[in-house]
Ligand binder design. Structure first.
Ligand code: SAH
Ligand code: SF4
Length: 434
């Protein structure tokens, strides 16, 4: 979602001030850091990056006036406080009001300094954004933003704001624009995308499953993905969509965070491990080739070795094709930040490395299980490594490289999987097929 926001900021500033992207910070007039606040590490990175950028103002072209902005969730969380640590920053704003950027920039050009704008506005930023001037073959479209779940460890409800769904017509219009510019895969984005509940112009309520069906009817949409879903917002219609909508990719990112009911309760995730497994089994029944993915937090306060073993057991049972895993990071303002029974850092780190080892082993086995299958691949471009190979993604979101003519870039190609690598596949293009 941050990548989407950054792209839209660029579109907006091109339209308002004819600013275009440059290769290096030195070449820029305006430098914006679009930031993430989810874990302390991400937060720390911003201040070290700001330290590096500050040097620009002291280098050989120090008489050049750079304008610095900090947007995204760190901007939202820190507001004017950020100027105390980085007084040379001109603009601070959040993820819900970057459509004010042209106005803020005008104020800076008029001589104002240290402006901040972090009020979550009543209007939707989407109404103020210009339509994207270009599109890649795979394009992201936010359909839902913010979160009302308040999991005890998470800053998202504070930084992205409350849960909100875009109207169906706006989403379909944006998708039409993107397909006309060359997109064939649409990725529907939301912090809790399966909590989507929007309306069409007749007032008919659409959940995510119905929205996906509408998206599949837009001319030129050959593939659909959606990310990220919450187990407590699952419904049977969404699972049925995997059997009903041919363009829907066989990939589901359904984070559980922990395999222990005790920890899920402390996180206030709103479901049990057994309920989660029921959804997983339904998904596997409807779409046997589905790639399942999850996020895990290791070392949450109160996590015992037994709780952790339950997480490992869950991973072995589900057999994820891919998973993100993080050491728990206490975040200011969240309920978990005050919890006792802190797991010592070294215990957390040791558990994290065991968990990642298991995830990697299963990922490799799952990649090997793809060998011999014919996959529909979205051909994204020339492979970075590998003579003449093209690179793409399977419907299950695995990277695959294969020899084929470059005209195939931007299309769907049928590819036979011939070899599995730890993080990707190798394949053979099947001629005669689209
Ligand atoms: N809405 C999604 C996740 C959004 S945040 C969901 O509920 O699944 C992305 C991921 O960051 C989370 O799934 C979680 O694994 C991780 N995360 C969030 N807060 C964290 C924290 N305080 N410490 C460590 N990881 C965290
Ligand atoms: Fe954060 Fe996801 Fe929980 Fe919302 S559902 S509070 S985004 S982890």
């Amino acid at each position: 979602m941050n990548a989407y926001d950054a792209g839209r900021m660029a579109d907006l500033l091109y339209k308002s001030h004819k600013l275009s992207m440059v290769e290096t910070p030195q070449q820029a007039d305006l430098i914006i850091l679009n930031t993430c606040h989810i874990r302390e590490k991400a937060d720390d990175k911003i201040f070290s990056e700001l330290g590096r950028l500050k040097k620009l103002t002291k280098g050989h072209n120090s008489n050049k006036r750079y304008i610095f902005g900090v947007g995204g969730c760190v901007g939202q969380a820190q507001g004017a406080e950020l100027f105390k640590r980085a007084p040379f920053v001109d603009l601070v704003f959040g993820p819900q009001n970057y459509h004010h950027l042209p106005h803020m920039l005008n104020q800076v050009l008029d001589g104002k300094r240290q402006l901040h704008d972090i009020e979550i506005p009543p209007e939707s930023k989407f109404d103020a954004l210009p339509s994207a001037p270009s599109s890649g073959f795979s394009a992201a479209v936010p359909v839902q933003e913010g979160c009302d779940r308040f999991c005890t460890y998470c800053v998202v409800p504070f930084t992205r704001g409350r849960e909100w769904s875009r109207p169906v017509a706006d989403i379909l219009q944006e998708i039409k624009n993107l397909t006309e510019k060359g997109a064939i895969e649409i990725e529907l984005l939301g912090q809790n995308v399966n909590a989507y509940l929007g309306h069409d112009p007749d007032g008919v309520e659409h959940d995510l499953a119905l929205l996906i069906k509408q998206v599949s009817l837009v001319n030129g949409v050959e593939r659909i993905r959606f990310i990220t879903s919450h187990p407590a917002d699952m419904n049977d219609d969404l699972i049925a969509a995997f059997g009903e909508v041919p363009q829907l990719n066989s990939y589901m990112h359904l984070p559980i965070q922990s395999g222990s009911d005790k920890i899920l309760t402390a996180m206030e995730r709103g479901h049990t491990v057994a309920e989660y497994l029921t959804w997983i089994n339904k998904l596997k029944t409807t779409c046997p080739q589905i790639t399942l993915a999850s996020d895990f937090i290791v070392g949450f306060p109160g996590e015992t070795e037994e709780d952790f073993q339950n997480t490992l057991n869950l991973i072995k049972e589900v057999r994820y094709g891919h998973a993100y895993s993080f050491l728990y990071s206490p975040r200011p303002g969240t309920a978990a930040a005050d919890m006792k029974n802190i797991v010592p850092q070294e215990v957390g780190e040791e558990r994290l490395s065991r968990l990642q080892e298991l995830i990697n082993t299963i990922q490799i086995e799952e990649n090997q299980a793809q060998v011999g299958r014919v996959e529909s691949v979205l051909v994204e471009g020339v492979a970075k490594k590998g003579e003449g190979m093209l690179a793409g993604r399977t419907s299950g979101f695995r990277r695959i490289n294969f020899l084929a003519p470059e005209e195939l870039i931007g299309t769907l190609a049928n590819v036979l999987v011939t070899e599995a690598r730890p993080n990707s596949l190798i394949g053979e293009f099947i001629r005669g097929n689209k």
